[in-house]
Design a protein around this ligand. Structure first.
Ligand SMILES: *[C@@H]1O[C@H](CO)[C@@H](O)[C@H](O)[C@H]1NC(C)=O
Ligand SMILES: *[C@@H]1O[C@H](CO)[C@@H](O)[C@H](O)[C@H]1NC(C)=O
Length: 279
């Protein structure tokens, strides 16, 4: 995947390849535990990695030096998301979320409220609200201007594994469509939230196993979901219905649309598959 790599095997260093000629460019070895998340910032000047060694590292992508190591969490850093070119959020199995800024030695903010491991964090497209989801079954919405969460969505029956904001609303290519947050849970459902009003819009319940992955199409009209049940579903958000289904040979752990919105890459237990999508 281009923007997101989920490493499940112990890997304490990672490699940077020059994609075009396929040459090994560098090995970045500073983490002391498996690396769980890897993200480029908006202008690609930094690469952020988060590890079970608790820390997050910002790498300078011109020199490949460690620009800064952030050591705030008391347990593994499992996900991270850039807010803009210089600040980002991290979440951890210590139940906390930190907002950090390159160049600052102290956290910009700490969000405390989850009662169990926090699995994912995502900024909304305008970078003003942060969503987090947890094994405590909740999805919370945070703003930098207050300590307490703005919303606390409790409708899932089990762990919430991942979340995605739709590419709609202010600051996106689809400003006239309503912004939506999608959450995927071990309870086999996906829930769509209207964050402005703090209400549940829909529950999508056709999967038969834990839902591990979500991806909105670039135009915001479709949502792809992947599950432990080995199915990849594509939902039309206009009609709120399931319009396409693909059966893979393993759990679907990550999904990514191409820029044009006519292809989907899915990462399965044992292989990677590319799906053509045309309406
Ligand atoms: C990366 O390091 C170089 C050399 O020290 C510096 O000029 C550049 O500004 C750094 N990049 C970022 C994004 O800070
Ligand atoms: C990020 O950096 C790019 C290029 O340096 C700049 O054009 C853009 O405005 C910056 N974005 C933000 C949100 O600061």
């Amino acid at each position: 995947m281009l923007h997101y790599i989920n490493v499940t095997l112990p890997l304490v260093f990672f490699v940077v390849m020059e994609i075009i000629i396929g040459k090994l460019k560098n090995i970045l070895a500073k983490h002391e535990g498996p690396i769980f998340t890897l993200k480029w910032n908006k202008n690609c000047g930094f690469l952020l990695s988060g590890s079970l060694d608790r820390t997050a590292i910002v790498w300078n992508t011109s020199t490949w030096d460690c620009s800064q190591q952030f050591d705030f969490h008391s347990a593994g850093t499992v996900d991270a998301d850039w807010r803009n070119n210089v600040s980002f959020a991290t979440c951890s199995t210590d139940n906390k979320v930190y907002v950090c800024r390159v160049g600052k030695k102290e956290p910009v903010k700490v969000f405390v409220g989850h009662q169990d491991e926090v699995n994912a964090v995502r900024w909304d497209p305008s970078g003003s609200l942060l969503a987090s989801c947890s094994d405590d079954g909740t999805t919370k919405i945070w703003s930098l201007s207050q300590d307490k969460s703005l919303h606390d969505f409790k409708d899932h029956q089990q762990e919430v594994y991942t979340i995605r904001w739709s590419p709609t609303g202010l600051g996106t290519d689809n400003p006239n469509q309503q912004p939506i947050l999608a959450s995927a849970s071990f309870d086999t459902t996906i829930k769509l939230w209207d964050v402005a009003s703090g209400s549940l819009l829909y529950t999508l319940n056709r999967h038969r196993g834990a839902v591990y992955s979500l991806a909105f199409s670039p135009n915001g009209q479709f949502l792809a979901s992947g599950s432990e049940d080995k199915y990849l579903h594509i939902w039309s958000l206009k009609e709120m219905k399931l319009i396409k289904t693909f059966n893979g040979d393993g759990s679907i752990f990550d999904i990514c649309w191409n820029k044009e919105g006519d292809r989907i890459a899915a990462c399965l237990s044992n292989n990677l598959c590319i799906i053509d999508f045309r309406m």
